[in-house]
Structures are given as structure tokens and as C-alpha cells.
Design a protein around this ligand. Structure first.
Ligand code: IPD
Ligand code: CA
Length: 230
């Protein structure tokens, strides 16, 4: 944990306390904490800074991510926010009410060709020997593969139609990084499943990791599923 992560967490928690709310904080940095006589019915899952390495290097691609849920599992998230701090852009979603970029409704792309699609792929791993064979087929078909280094924001780029899919099958990304992003991309008409096309339902816990494919539409999702080995 870097000082900037802790400072961001403190700022988020202090702001929430100021509003006199009770909740269980689930933070990437400090784990579980009851705030304000916490009711078991409100969970606030936070990644104070997603993309810390970018931030420290002065690369303007990092975010704060906050998800609110009624239970301690990722499927129960009903409100999400990802703040692209360097660009003063905020992505939000409320279950059943759509996804928004600075208050304006957003939608995923309609791109169906892997020749044209921009596909985000997190290969940031120490286990290349395990992960590279799983995505070798994708490297052969997708012409424009990217990784910018802040997965919460990259999922919002799918939601906003800037990229057409984002894949992380390293079994390394934590629920705290993706809880808000998943709701945002789904509310923008995107699709999120595991690499074997199952719904994702894991406990919200900073220690819990997961694999996922987030796509702009069903057609591109099916093509990616056929090229990625679970
Ligand atoms: C990191 C980013 C990065 C991913 C790492 C994550 P953090 O989040 O999302 O893109 O490759 O696995 O840990 O650590 O900066 O919150
Ligand atoms: Ca973080």
C-alpha cells in the first residue's frame, strides 16, 4: 500500500462519515471496517485508487471506485461510481436506471468485428506461462489489444463505447477493483461473465479474486469466449 492509497481511503471514509451514514466498509486497503454503528444492510466496497502505479508515474489513468450493495456479494451491488480523477470524469450507475458519464447516459459499442474492435487485456502477471496459452487464440484474431493499467476505468471504457471489451483472466484482480465497474458496464448494455460464460457471483472481500470478460455486446462476447480458454 502506498501513502496515496491510504490518503484516498481516508478522504472517502471521512466524506461519508460527514454525511452521517452507517455502513460496513470493504476496502482494498484496510479490509472490513464498521463505520457509524454499521447496519448489516449497507456495504460500501472501495478501491481508493485503482491504477496506483500509473498515478505514481504521472500517467493520467487512474480512478477511485465505490460500489454500494445490500449484501456482501458482487451481484447485490445496486449503485456504483468510478471517478477518472485526472480527467474530471465520473461514471455512475444505479441498478435498472442505466449508466452515466458526468450525468449523460452512456451505451456500449455495437462493434462486432475483431478486426476493428479495441480489446483490453490485462496481461500484468507474474504467471505468464499459465495465462499466455489461454489467450493465444485472441492474439491471433484481435488486431488492437490494449492495457492501460486501471481495470475499474477500463471496464468503464467498455461501458462508454471507447473500447469493445476488457478481459482479465489472471485470477488476480480483486472484487474491490471491479464491483462498481461491473454494474456500470451492465447498466450500459454490456455483458460480464467468466471465461466459461458463467454469471459472476463472488463474495465482496478484498482477498477475493476473480476472472472476467466484459464485452460491449453479445456478438463480440461470443467471439471472445470462443478464443479464450478458461
Ligand atoms: C491494479 C490495476 C491494474 C491491474 C492490477 C491491479 P491497483 O489496481 O487495476 O490495471 O493490472 O492487477 O492491482 O493495485 O492499482 O488498485
Ligand atoms: Ca487500489
Amino acid at each position: 500500500m502506498k501513502p496515496v492509497d491510504l490518503a484516498a481511503e481516508t478522504a472517502i471514509v471521512e466524506t461519508l462519515k460527514h454525511h452521517d451514514v452507517s455502513f460496513t466498509l470493504i476496502s482494498e486497503e484496510s479490509g472490513f471496517k464498521k463505520i457509524g454503528g454499521a447496519s448489516e444492510e449497507c456495504f460500501v466496497t472501495v478501491d481508493p485508487i485503482d491504477g496506483t502505479t500509473n498515478l505514481i508515474h504521472g500517467l493520467p489513468f487512474y480512478a477511485s471506485s465505490i460500489a454500494i450493495s445490500s449484501k456482501r456479494d458482487i451481484e447485490s451491488v445496486y449503485a456504483g461510481m468510478v471517478a477518472d480523477i485526472a480527467h474530471d470524469v465520473t461514471y455512475t450507475a444505479f441498478e435498472g436506471k442505466g449508466a452515466y458519464r458526468n450525468g449523460k447516459r452512456i451505451d456500449t459499442s455495437k462493434e462486432v468485428s475483431l478486426d476493428n474492435a479495441v480489446v483490453g487485456l490485462d496481461m500484468n502477471t507474474y504467471q505468464g506461462k499459465l495465462v499466455i496459452p489461454k489467450v493465444a487464440g485472441l492474439f491471433e484474431k484481435a488486431r488492437h489489444i490494449r492495457h492501460f493499467g486501471a481495470n475499474a476505468l477500463e471496464i468503464c471504457y467498455v461501458a462508454n463505447g471507447l473500447i469493445d471489451a476488457f478481459i482479465d483472466i489472471r485470477s488476480k484482480i480483486r472484487t474491490t477493483d471491479v464491483a462498481a465497474g461491473f454494474l456500470i458496464v451492465k447498466e450500459a448494455n454490456g455483458i460480464v461473465t467468466t471465461a466459461d460464460n458463467k454469471a459472476i457471483n463472488v463474495p465482496l472481500d478484498p482477498k477475493q479474486t476473480l476472472d472476467f470478460i466484459a464485452s460491449a455486446n453479445l456478438e463480440i462476447h461470443k467471439q471472445i469466449l470462443s478464443l479464450v480458454k478458461p
